[in-house]
Design a protein around this ligand. Structure first.
Ligand code: DQA
Length: 156
């Protein structure tokens, strides 16, 4: 019987995006940049491919839908990258679900939330994250993929 290649056993990285990130490229470009979410998805797919990994990419404006996607990630993802957007500052439900995950979770913010309004300084998601990348714009997603590739290599 043909041996299954190692690569085929690696589960995809779930990349989850919260509310209003569907407006990237048009929404406050001076804060969030001009790259659209569709472009970020393409960049992430290419970056993951360069590490022999794949992605599942979602965006939702609904908190419960993000909880559902995280629950799906429990059995279907090798790692999670999440930009919870505004829900990071409010959602204990999203944190609760992240805390049920056994895979690495990287929190991403395009902007540096600590340089912004005080109500953005707290992220509940950070409490459950393996690591955090912020302030690097769209590139932050790629650095998060690099970090995950490194973690997966070291923990294989
Ligand atoms: C954000 C920062 C949040 O404060 C904000 O609500 C967002 C985007 C970021 O990527 O910089 O929607 O998560």
């Amino acid at each position: 019987m043909a041996k299954k290649s190692k690569q085929s056993k690696i589960l995809p990285i779930y990349i989850l995006n919260g509310p209003n990130l569907n407006l990237l490229g048009h929404r406050e470009p001076e804060v969030y940049g001009t790259t659209t979410l569709a472009q970020i998805e393409q960049m992430c797919a290419a970056q993951a491919r360069s590490h022999g990994l794949s992605i599942v990419f979602h965006q939702s404006n609904l908190e419960g839908e993000i909880v559902d996607q995280l629950q799906e990630a429990r059995t279907s993802a090798g790692a999670v990258i999440i930009n919870p957007a505004g829900y990071g500052h409010t959602s204990i439900a999203i944190l609760d679900t992240i805390q049920t995950l056994k895979v690495p979770v990287i929190e991403v913010h395009l902007s540096n939330i600590h340089r912004r309004e005080p109500y953005r300084h707290l992220s509940y998601v950070s409490k459950g994250a393996t690591g955090i990348v912020m302030g690097l714009g769209a590139q932050g997603y790629l650095r998060a993929i690099d970090a995950i590739a490194d973690i997966l290599k070291r923990t294989k």
